[in-house]
Design a protein around this ligand. Structure first.
Ligand code: PGA
Length: 247
C-alpha cells in the first residue's frame, strides 16, 4: 500500500486527478470506477479543467459508479446520476452511454443488482477504482457487518450514514434508507485502488482501514488485501495513523 500524505483537500484532489488523467492519456478507453460524495468533488473539478485546458479526452472512457439510492429517479437532484452529471459528466466529453450507475427506480431491484454485476463481467476489471470512505469506514454502501458482501446488493444504510448524508437533503426523513451498492468484489477487482480521504472526521476510519485488523466490521480494511492501493489523505485524515506519527 502506498500512502501519500498531502497538506490539504486541494492537494488530495489534484493528486487523484493527476493519477486518473495519466491513466486516461495512456489508455483512452480506460474503465474507471467512480464514487459520489463530497470527497471526490475537487478531483472531478480538476478533471473537468484538464479536459478544457489540456485536452484530456474522455470520449472513449467507460465509467461504473459505486451506488445509487433506491427510490430516487435519474433526474432527482439528490440521485447519484444527477450528482455525476452536475459535477463531472456535463463538463467533459464523455458519452453518457458509456457511464453506468445502478437504476434506483428499477421495478425488480434484485434483477437490477444482477444486471449491474454483469457490467463488471463484461468489462473485466476496472482500470482504476477511485473511492472515498465513510466515517464508519464503509466503502460504497458496504456498511460494517458480520461478513463481506461480494455482489452488488441492496444495502440498508446505517444511522451514522443517514446522519452524514442528510446534509444534502432538506430533512433527515427524506434520506433514502436503502441503496443499490456494488459489493466488495466489484471494488476489489480493480487494477489500481485509489482511496481518498480528508479531514479529521475520517482519521479513525483511515487508521483502522490501513493498519487495523481486516474485518467486515471495518469494511475499508479489506483494501489491505489489494495488491495495488494508493491512499491519498491529508494530514488531518492521517493523524491517527502510527506510520504518520513515526515518519
Ligand atoms: P464523503 O462520503 O465523501 O461525502 O465524506 C464518503 C463516503 O461515505 O464514502
Amino acid at each position: 500500500m502506498k500512502i501519500l500524505v498531502v497538506a490539504d483537500e486541494q492537494e488530495m484532489s489534484l493528486e487523484a486527478a493527476r493519477i486518473i488523467g495519466a491513466l486516461v492519456r495512456t489508455k483512452p478507453d480506460a474503465v474507471l470506477g467512480l464514487p459520489t460524495g463530497s470527497t471526490p468533488l475537487g478531483t472531478y473539478g480538476e478533471l473537468a479543467r484538464m479536459h478544457h485546458e489540456e485536452n484530456l479526452d474522455f470520449s472513449r472512457v467507460r465509467t461504473i459508479n459505486l451506488d445509487e439510492y433506491i427510490g430516487l429517479s435519474d433526474d432527482h437532484p439528490q440521485s447519484y446520476r444527477a450528482f455525476m452529471r452536475k459535477h463531472l459528466f456535463d463538463h467533459i466529453n464523455i458519452d453518457e452511454n458509456n457511464t453506468h450507475i445502478p437504476n434506483g427506480m428499477a421495478e425488480d431491484v434484485e434483477e437490477e443488482c444482477r444486471r449491474y454485476d454483469a457490467i463488471f463481467y463484461r468489462y473485466g476489471r476496472t482500470d482504476l477504482q477511485l473511492i472515498g470512505i465513510g466515517v464508519n469506514a464503509h466503502i460504497a454502501f458496504n456498511e460494517p457487518a458480520d461478513c463481506f458482501t461480494p455482489d452488488t446488493h441492496i444495502a440498508e444504510l446505517t444511522e451514522s450514514t443517514i446522519d452524514a448524508n442528510q446534509r444534502n437533503f432538506d430533512h433527515r426523513d427524506e434520506v433514502p434508507r436503502t441503496a443499490i451498492s456494488v459489493g466488495m468484489r466489484g471494488i476489489m477487482s480493480t487494477r489500481h485502488l485509489v482511496l481518498i480521504a480528508c479531514g479529521e472526521g475520517k482519521a479513525e476510519a483511515v487508521a483502522k482501514s490501513c493498519f487495523g485488523p481486516v474485518t467486515p466490521r471495518v469494511p475499508g480494511s479489506l483494501i489491505q488485501l489489494h495488491p495495488y492501493v494508493t491512499v491519498i489523505a491529508d494530514e488531518a485524515a492521517m493523524s491517527l495513523c502510527p506510520v504518520f506519527f513515526s515518519a
